[in-house]
Design a protein around this ligand. Structure first.
Ligand code: HEM
Length: 210
């Protein structure tokens, strides 16, 4: 696993702006990495139900990124929404619960963020491409060890996928916009942190009975 992760980390040599982003957002990354909800994913103590609620809240964000930033010719390996739908459908079957936030408002914790995301220009929408896709490609390779359905973290030729996503992020990134990009990444980490808080705090029973 260590070798695999090293292989992934060295997949692409980030440019100076990417390095600047990583450095300036490290504190927030490390905070979310050690969030009890994420830790529970890693040690296998997170329930399938809560993980599925988490996936259901991420799905619209992935869909929006893909709608605005991907083209029909995109590498199908990084179209995450399809994989998430497959995972969610499997969770629905084993848990006998329909994880559809439109039909089920009690599991919907992303409305404000989605509104904010949609108000941004396409360039700054790339912040979610950065946060979510790289999280799946790096941290996800560790997380998937203790998750029941892991389609979201499966990438054919992971190194190439990382390269593609990083190149798309770096395209147009320069000294005029890197500071704002960093600001937006930090905001996005805060949203993801709060999302983890909310799902961590609620109980399966309260959701099922709502
Ligand atoms: C299980 C918890 C996690 C672990 C163990 C983990 C680990 C890692 C590792 C090893 C890297 C590569 C660092 C490098 O290039 O030197 C990375 C990158 C990254 N992770 Fe995580 N991560 C976790 C959770 C998350 C979460 C929950 C998010 C966001 C919601 C996230 C977002 C990112 C991003 C955006 C990068 C790219 C950083 C950059 O190179 O600019 N990670 N992570």
């Amino acid at each position: 696993m260590l070798f695999h992760l090293l292989n992934v980390i060295t997949a692409y040599k980030p440019n100076k702006f990417s390095k600047q982003i990583k450095k300036a957002t490290k504190e927030k990354h490390d905070a979310i990495e050690s969030h009890p909800f994420i830790r529970a994913m890693i040690d296998g103590s997170l329930s399938d139900f809560k993980y599925a609620v988490y996936l259901a809240n991420l799905l619209p964000i992935y869909k929006a990124v893909e709608m605005f930033l991907f083209t029909k010719n995109n590498n199908s390996n990084i179209v995450q929404s399809k994989k998430i739908l497959e995972d969610l459908s499997n969770y629905s079957q084993i848990l006998n619960f329909k994880f559809d936030i439109e039909d089920c408002p009690q599991i919907c914790f992303n409305t404000e963020w989605l509104k904010y995301f949609l108000s941004k220009s396409d360039f700054f929408k790339k912040v979610e491409l950065y946060i979510r896709w790289l999280a799946d490609m790096y941290g996800g390779q560790i997380i998937k060890k203790n998750i029941t359905f892991t389609k979201k973290y499966e990438f054919y030729n992971l190194r190439q996928c990382i390269q593609q996503v990083r190149q798309q992020i770096e395209d147009g990134l320069d000294e005029t916009n890197v500071d704002r990009f960093i600001e937006e990444v930090n905001k996005a980490y805060e949203f993801h942190h709060k999302l983890a808080d909310k799902i961590h705090e609620c109980s399966e029973q309260s959701i099922r009975e709502a």
